[in-house]
Design a protein around this ligand. Structure first.
Ligand SMILES: [Zn+2]
Length: 243
């Protein structure tokens, strides 16, 4: 039931052809997909699967599949409720066209890339993050005061700087030798696959990440800090929104 995660090679793929490998209580498993499964703080994709006869199945969410020997790439497409008729037509081996809600995903790619910029502007350990269509929320482990206007200005300068964004790969051994690359306390880089994916923002940031990002910081567009608060004695919470 293993899934080829096409979004890791190209986050801009909006659709693909795929074969149904299983249908179970978790949802629909495909041999390859453009749907990002919830993980690393980034929400799972929604969209549609279209069968050869034109029947459409609405996908509400995507999760990591759970089965013996599953890898972090194995995804399951979770259908929206009340689609029994459409689902009854679906069989293992069927060819489907899998298409994500691109408008939603692109907002998440912009906000996700922006959360990497936050790591560069505020170099504190990240103690939790959530990337949705509406906002990026980061909890930073620091007791230092954070000045909203200064941070907003630095962020918008990095966006205006139009820095290239791309992925690089290193081996598990190289990753183990460079623990300083890991910025997020709650999200461990996926080790055990032999190699680890790094996200580089040219001259700005480098850290392991399996999420989806825009190609250039200029594509993020204007941002604002919607909320900045003390979450606990040792944590500051920051919420970013697209302006
Ligand atoms: Zn990322």
């Amino acid at each position: 039931m293993s899934t080829r995660a096409l979004f890791r090679e190209d986050a801009y793929l909006t659709h693909c052809e795929a074969s149904v490998t299983a249908v179970d209580e978790q949802g629909i498993h495909l041999d390859q997909t453009v749907f990002y499964p919830l993980g690393g703080g980034q929400a799972g994709d929604a969209g549609t699967l279209t069968l050869a006869d034109g029947t459409r199945i609405v996908i509400a969410d995507t999760r990591k599949a759970k089965f013996e020997g599953a890898t972090p790439d194995d995804a399951v497409h979770v259908p929206a409720p009340a689609q029994d008729d459409a689902l009854s037509k679906l069989k293992v081996g069927d060819k489907v066209r899998a298409e994500i809600d691109w408008e939603q995903r692109h907002r998440r790619m912009r906000l996700h890339t922006a959360s990497h910029l936050i790591c560069a502007v505020l170099p504190y350990p990240v103690d939790g993050c959530s990337i949705t269509t509406e906002y990026a929320r980061l909890d930073l482990a620091t007791v230092e005061p954070i000045e909203r206007e200064a941070v907003e200005a630095k962020l918008n300068a990095l966006i205006g700087g139009a820095h290239a964004v791309y992925t690089e790969w290193i081996t598990d051994d190289e990753m183990a030798a460079r623990p300083e690359l890991v910025r997020t306390m709650s999200v461990k880089p996926p080790m055990g696959l032999g190699r680890v994916r790094l996200l580089r923002i040219e001259s700005v940031d480098l850290q392991p990440c399996g999420g989806t990002h825009v190609r250039n910081t200029g594509e993020i567009g204007a941002l604002r800090i919607a909320k900045l608060e003390k979450k606990s004695a040792r944590t500051r919470r920051l919420v970013l929104e697209l302006a």
